[in-house]
Design a protein around this ligand. Structure first.
Ligand code: ADP
Ligand code: ASP
Ligand code: MG
Length: 248
């Protein structure tokens, strides 16, 4: 059993929350699964980095910009790895480069071309929890690239596909996918299960709970996705190939 878990910005927004993520990853590991954890930058960090660059120019150099933007996820990746090891669990933190995420050279909105899974597989085989910095890869020159805003979802799905994971869990700050944004509409209903196409429809209407491209890739690679809250143990929403519902 192999599980890929992805934690978004709010879920890793403080040092305490990173510790909570460590506990959840350990829970999955203790259940007997191999675990890969993909992390976002701590909430607000990516926006702050964009602001720093825009202090100089609205059109920063792409190569330098991706060096800058990719640093946010590496901070979380390193901190979570430190927290896990401190709790007594062998873990390794991998940047996009070390995780083998190869992209094209379209800086700040690169597309993943291939994933060399060798290092991730070796570390899993050695019994480690593998922590990967989301949202990033490298191009053929070796320059850092980023995948577009919200791109850690895409990293998680692509890794789940490449490793043939049984499940890709997207942990966020709401309990799952709702009929509409639950922060705006209190009467929004949580959906237990929806199809990729239904999720794509919701995403195109602005449901940023899952990045559009990540749902497209999940559909293409047939990755079972679950969206859940990192703050409780409620059941989330399963996004899968079956057409199931009429509620949307
Ligand atoms: P993360 O940082 O974990 O990637 P995001 O902020 O990208 O989280 O996405 C989660 C947010 O998506 C929720 O806080 C919620 O406000 C918003 N959202 C918009 N539409 C929906 C929807 N239909 N169902 C669930 N969440 C939604
Ligand atoms: N940190 C990046 C962003 O804010 C990627 C992500 O969180 O998925 O867009
Ligand atoms: Mg997101």
């Amino acid at each position: 059993m192999l599980i890929v878990q992805k934690y978004g910005g709010t879920s890793v927004g403080t040092l305490e929350r990173i510790e909570n993520v460590a506990a959840r990853a350990i829970e999955a590991k203790k259940s007997g699964a191999d675990v890969v954890v993909v992390v976002s930058a701590m909430s607000g960090v990516t926006n702050q980095l964009v602001e720093y660059a825009e202090h100089y120019t609205k059109a920063p150099d792409g190569v330098a910009m991706d060096m800058l933007l990719s640093s946010g996820e590496r901070v979380t990746c390193a901190l979570l790895t430190i927290a896990l090891i401190n709790l007594g669990y062998p873990a390794v933190g991998l940047s996009g480069r070390l995780a083998g995420i190869i992209t094209d050279s379209v800086h700040t909105k690169a597309r993943i071309e291939a994933i060399d899974t060798k290092r991730m597989k070796e570390e899993l085989k050695a019994g480690k929890i593998v922590v990967v910095a989301g949202f990033q890869g490298i191009d053929e020159k070796g320059d850092a690239t980023t995948l577009g805003r919200g791109g850690s979802d895409l990293s998680a799905v692509a890794i789940a596909g490449a490793l043939n994971a049984d499940l890709c869990e997207i942990y966020t700050d709401v309990d799952g996918v709702y009929t509409t944004d639950p922060r705006i509409e209190p009467k929004a209903k949580k959906l237990d299960k929806i199809s990729y196409d239904e999720m794509l429809e919701l995403a195109s209407l602005g449901a940023k709970v899952l990045q559009n491209r990540s749902v497209e890739l999940a559909k293409k690679l047939n990755v079972n996705l679950v969206t859940r809250s990192s703050f409780n143990h409620n059941e989330g929403t399963l996004i899968t190939k079956e057409e199931s519902m009429e509620a949307v």
